[in-house]
Design a protein around this ligand. Structure first.
Ligand code: ADP
Ligand code: MG
Length: 348
């Protein structure tokens, strides 16, 4: 068998973990990233540092690889589309275009008769004034947001004037859900009705950043079944190839809502590395490289904590963990306050 070379756009921790999974499958990786310090360069076979709109470098990258995927959804659609003419990009660029825009994404989900939060498009400050009904709510940029970036919680109309909102950007205003819980479902789709789906993961966020994930999620049968059914429906409708994550809200009345869809491997799925026979990363590689689909099995219950900012320091300095714990250091040079620096998975 000739050796496959996989190109990955983006060089953060998700890129690193994809690369490690690829290595296990004897697949070579070339990472393309616009960050010179990108941590994934420590793990990949070849690293290209260039801007995403550097046409020559993008062509050079395409020539080196057989298949292309990405570790984050905010890569300009134009670039993905150009690349797709040279080599297959999986998941396909049109999926990315849809899901990188919060309004298009939510419209798509609602068309499938799947519940989302109530939302409305905001083009300028004036649009907010008659929307008391949507408050308390969260104003979110339609594009480029992650880890709560580009989000403004708004309690009441009076508060709006005091907020320093950049209205050169577009937003959606979402009604705040009285959250009981958040869960996510990770699914890897290989083709028509061919997929591997992980059990729902229960997630805890602080300041809109994921802190903690665990399996099993403490949820009722109905929510469990519905979250999996909706995830399958979404993956099938998108004709998705690869690993996808659906983030859900559960309110106090046990209603389930889709929050957002990530067209990529996901932070909440890091525990699949140790808790399953096949991780979300390996499954993604298997799907995009057309390798064999292997049924997934849970080996153990698990929990994962994100090590954010200087929480990484004690683990780096003095690693005291037991044999059911797995520490991952993303090898980011600079510690920043809200930066995901590593994670710790504990098998239960
Ligand atoms: P990001 O793209 O940054 O992940 P999300 O829309 O997932 O943005 O928001 C991040 C977190 O903020 C969610 O996981 C949730 O904890 C909280 N949040 C976002 N929107 C709402 C909402 N409408 N109601 C309640 N909580 C919300
Ligand atoms: Mg999110």
């Amino acid at each position: 068998m000739t050796k496959i070379t996989l190109g990955i756009l983006g060089g953060g921790q998700l890129g690193s973990m994809l690369t490690v999974a690829a290595k296990k499958l004897n697949i070579k990786t070339v990472i393309y990233c616009d960050d010179q310090e990108a941590p994934a360069q420590n793990f990949c076979d070849e690293f290209i540092f260039a801007k995403y709109n550097d046409k020559n470098k993008i062509i050079e990258f395409a020539q080196k690889v057989d298949v292309i995927t990405f570790e984050f959804e905010n890569i300009p659609f134009k670039i993905l589309n150009e690349l797709n003419k040279l080599k297959t990009v999986s998941p396909k660029p049109s999926v990315n275009r849809l899901l990188q825009h919060r309004l298009a994404e939510k419209d798509f989900i609602n068309k499938l008769n799947i519940r989302t939060t109530r939302y409305v498009h905001i083009g300028n400050k004036k649009d907010l004034e008659p929307l008391e009904d949507f408050l308390p709510g969260i104003l979110k940029t339609t594009t480029m947001g992650y880890d709560g970036k580009g989000q403004y919680p708004i309690k009441n109309l009076e508060q709006i004037s005091s907020l320093d909102i950049d209205f050169t950007k577009e937003y959606i205003l979402e009604k705040l859900v009285k959250l009981k819980k958040e869960i996510s479902v990770i699914i890897t789709r290989f083709g028509n009705n061919k997929y591997e789906i992980y059990e729902p993961i229960e997630n805890t966020h602080k300041d809109q950043i994921l802190r903690h994930s665990k399996i099993p999620a403490d949820i009722n049968e109905k929510v469990l079944k519905q979250s999996k059914e909706w995830s399958i429906q979404i993956a099938e409708e998108l004709k998705y190839i690869g690993t996808l994550c659906v983030e859900f809200f559960i309110d106090r009345n046990q209603n389930l809502y889709v929050n957002e869809i990530a067209p990529r491997v996901h932070n909440s799925g890091h525990l699949t590395i140790n808790a399953y026979n096949i991780s979300q990363f390996e499954n993604h590689i298997r799907a995009v490289c057309s390798l064999k689909q292997i049924p997934i099995n849970k080996i153990s219950n698990a929990e994962m904590i994100n090590l954010i900012g200087d929480q990484i320091i004690p683990y780096r300095d003095n690693l005291k963990i037991n044999d059911k714990q797995y520490f991952f250091d993303y090898l980011k040079k600079e510690i920043k306050e809200k930066r995901k620096m590593g994670h710790l998975t504990t098998l239960k």
